[in-house]
Design a protein around this ligand. Sequence first.
Ligand code: ZN
Length: 309
Amino acid sequence: MEPIFLKPVFKQMIWGGNRLGTDFGYEIPGDDTGECWAISAHPNGDCQVKNGVYAGMSLSELWNDHRELFGNTEGDRFPLLIKLIDARADLSIQVHPNDAYAKEHENGSLGKTECWYIVDCDADAEIVIGHHAKTHEEVKEMIENKRWNEFIRVIPIKKGDFFQINPGCLHAIKGGTLILETQQNSDITYRVYDYDRLSNGKPRELHVEKSIDVIEAPFVPYQVSATKETGAGYERQNLITCDFYSVDKLELHGTVAFTQDKPFLNVSILEGDGTIDGIAIRKGDHFILPAEYGEYTLSGNMMVITSSL
Ligand code: ZN
């Protein structure tokens, strides 16, 4: 059994930059490359397998035809989506619905829970997470009266910070930020506010009513557990375990054997280089360790983010 390496899909965005090329060494389509869909079976960016017996197949085909690789997990779609995002400019401020709201209002689509690991950012970078309204009534009033400065919660960030973004949580990346996003495989986003910017002479579409419906109040910040598992040559920290995914950060300095005992494990190398079971890997590689992969050995100096169900 081999790790399943995937070929990323790139997305050009008005707010995108060039760091996925300069920092990660990808061949990007332009200097406005905002997103690298690294592990994705979404129809808007379905990653191809790079190696082994499944080379050339898309992740969605693998999910449909070889469910045993994913521990026979049930579901009509590969449940997660892993992206790198390079924001040169501020993104619009958004909120996602939960599964129940999306099912009713978005043709049976899934809602979206996501989380962000700050891979790198400018020294003075900030992020939008949550709001300052105390009640749902106040959310509505502040949005309708455009009291954005009082409403929106903006906080400073640094490399290594982590944010869980549950449905109903207002959020936006600001310019100068590079993140790894782990999310439910869904695209349903409501745009609340776009800093009154114009795109081709017009403001972009907002979804104010649906946003007001789904924004939760008051906002409660997520605290990452400080507990780390340490062993010879590694340190591993669980960043989040929620209903949709579990995300870990692994820092490796040496050679360490681990066991893959999940239905499948998504692996993203974010710093350094080394090997997995003798296969060379480096920053920017993304792969899946399938079900029953069993014991695997990582070697090198690397920082890795993994996710599983
Ligand atoms: Zn989002």
